[in-house]
Design a binder for this molecule. Structure first.
Ligand code: BES
Ligand code: ZN
Ligand code: ZN
Length: 509
């Protein structure tokens, strides 16, 4: 996307589409009232130039300015732009970065619908709700860029309309440098989100563990600040990652373990570890899935988030040191598959009795967490499509998070909120440990019995393998994939969650 900044007034900017935003009147309940144009983004001035047609259209159609809603008005040749789109910003009291993302998305969608190649608007030089210009601008662009993603790699003929919008022009009277930085950050973040979405959307016959390894190696080739090591089965054996081997032994596609390392240009204040679940297909194993197996190509979404975030690191080169760890295997039933009742070793030394071969994520993660903790990071963020139960806990619009460090959890949740990927804490309530630690000849079982909280159970199990490292677990089983269009994810499929959360948390650490 070409992005330009100009000082000229809106009526002199030539673009196919002009955009502005209106707030919904506060306190509005049932009866809608028409929203008011504002002077800050050139709304009232443009209305004057158009002889009041803009405000008349808002009045007549009772355009209330609900968040993300749009009203398109033709300028009848009175302006360089053929159309003006008025976008609803919702009530002023509820304005946040996510509002801007949804506005940016509405503008891009309208432009594409009208086949407009260029769009223009005003960046208001005011501090809205304490949000500086560059942050607001970045969020707007994230929204505008996020919907350009299409997954058409497997269509012989492209079906989706190619997006027409190619350039965005902003009228801004101040120094555009901070905005240019905001634009660069938004482009990088959405680039990372797209990488993750693409990996998650790709089916398992095109994405085996070795292909995740290839994707990591590509990143290392593309960005000199990124190093990558992909362990094969022999090396995995040497590393004593017995649980990863057990999960992968039923498949013709051998497991891999990926170690990524990003070194910042300047000395870093913090060293962070990211761990991702990389099950490229989860059939359930011998406890074969009877429901939703066709969704299980997404079981590597945690790994995809790690790779997506490394894309962002490579592009932006922030001053934080990050290592990424991915345990990848394919969970399949076969004559060589691991069985319910098997007792296996883990890298950390604890033994686990397999009660259910479908609770495989926590096994490969046990080894990955143990390996990551050896590197002594300041803290560790682990991401996995771990339990179907996460959907029952907080639904598909929020990611449940758990951890052993209150401050870390609070910071992650705050970043998730800013990023527009809301998260909610669930308790690692110790009494539930009995569910998997009792009645077994091993140190523990891989699935809890007796308690109904499978999402918390998963988090508790993982917490057994992090020693004293500050750690937070994000269960993205219900947020990594949109079953229906969702905000700016107009396409059913991978959302890229939680790549944006990582970016908002770690880029300015
Ligand atoms: N990969 C699944 C979890 C999942 C479910 C991801 C739905 C995405 C969408 C995981 O490996 C699994 O099967 N979990 C079991 C655990 C149980 C056997 C303890 C579950 O959640 O039912
Ligand atoms: Zn499973
Ligand atoms: Zn799984």
């Amino acid at each position: 996307m070409e992005i330009r900044f100009l000082k000229s007034p809106p009526e002199r900017i030539s673009a196919d589409l002009f955009f502005l935003a209106v707030f919904q009147n506060e306190g509005e309940k049932e009866e809608k009232t028409p929203a008011r144009l504002r002077s800050g983004d050139g709304g009232t001035a443009l209305d004057k130039l158009l002889g009041g047609t803009l405000s008349a259209a808002i009045r007549e159609q009772v355009f209330a300015g609900e968040e993300g809603s749009t009203l398109t008005v033709n300028t009848l040749g009175k302006l360089p732009a053929k159309n003006i789109v008025v976008v609803g910003a919702g009530p002023m009291g509820r304005f946040r970065l996510e509002t801007l993302r949804r506005i940016g998305h509405a503008v891009a969608q309208t432009a594409n619908r009208l086949k407009a190649k260029s769009a223009a608007g005003v960046v208001e030089p005011v501090r809205l709700k304490g949000l500086p210009n560059n942050r607001r601008f970045q969020a707007f662009l994230e929204g505008a860029l996020i919907s350009r993603y299409q997954f058409e790699a497997f269509k012989k003929k492209r079906k989706g309309e190619p997006h027409s919008l190619q350039s965005l022009t902003f009228q801004f009277s101040g120094n555009p440098r901070p905005l240019q930085d905001g634009a660069r950050t938004a482009e990088a973040i959405i680039g990372g989100v797209e990488r993750a979405r693409h990996l998650v959307n790709t089916p398992a016959n095109f994405l085996a563990p070795k292909d995740l390894g290839k994707a990591a190696a590509e990143l290392a080739k593309k960005y000199p600040a990124i190093r990558c090591e992909v362990f094969n089965l022999e090396r995995i054996r040497k590393e004593r990652m017995h649980a990863l081997i057990a999960v992968g032994q039923g498949s013709e596609n051998p497991p891999v373990f990926i170690h990524l390392k990003y070194t910042p240009p300047k000395k870093a204040k913090t060293r962070v570890a990211l761990v991702g679940k990389g099950i490229t297909f989860d059939s359930g194993g011998l406890n074969i899935k009877t429901r939703e197996m066709e969704l299980m190509k997404i079981d590597m979404a945690g790994a995809a988030a790690v790779l997506g975030f490394f894309e962002i690191l490579g592009r932006l080169r922030p001053a934080v040191a990050v290592e990424g760890f991915i345990a990848s295997a394919e969970n399949m039933p076969s004559g060589s598959a691991y069985r319910p009742s098997d007792i296996i070793d883990t890298r950390g030394g604890k033994t686990v009795e397999i009660l259910n071969t479908d609770a495989e994520g926590r096994l490969v993660l046990a080894d990955a967490l143990d390996y990551a903790c050896d590197r002594k990071p300041a803290f560790l963020i682990e991401m996995s499509t771990l339990t179907g139960g996460s959907a029952y806990a907080v639904g598909e619009l929020m990611t449940p998070v758990m951890g052993n460090d209150k401050k870390l959890i609070a910071k992650l949740i705050a970043a998730a909120e800013q990023a527009g990927e809301p998260a909610w804490e669930l308790p690692l309530y110790e009494d539930y440990k009995k569910g998997y630690a009792a009645n077994t000849p091993a140190d523990m079982k891989n699935s809890g019995t007796g308690y109904k909280c499978s999402c918390i159970n998963g988090g508790l199990f993982l917490s057994e393998f992090v020693r004293d490292t500050a750690f937070v677990h994000m269960d993205i089983a219900s947020t990594a994939w949109a079953e229906k269009p969702l905000h700016y994810h107009t396409m059913i499929g991978a959302t890229g969650t939680p790549v944006r959360t990582l970016a908002y948390f770690l880029l300015d650490l």
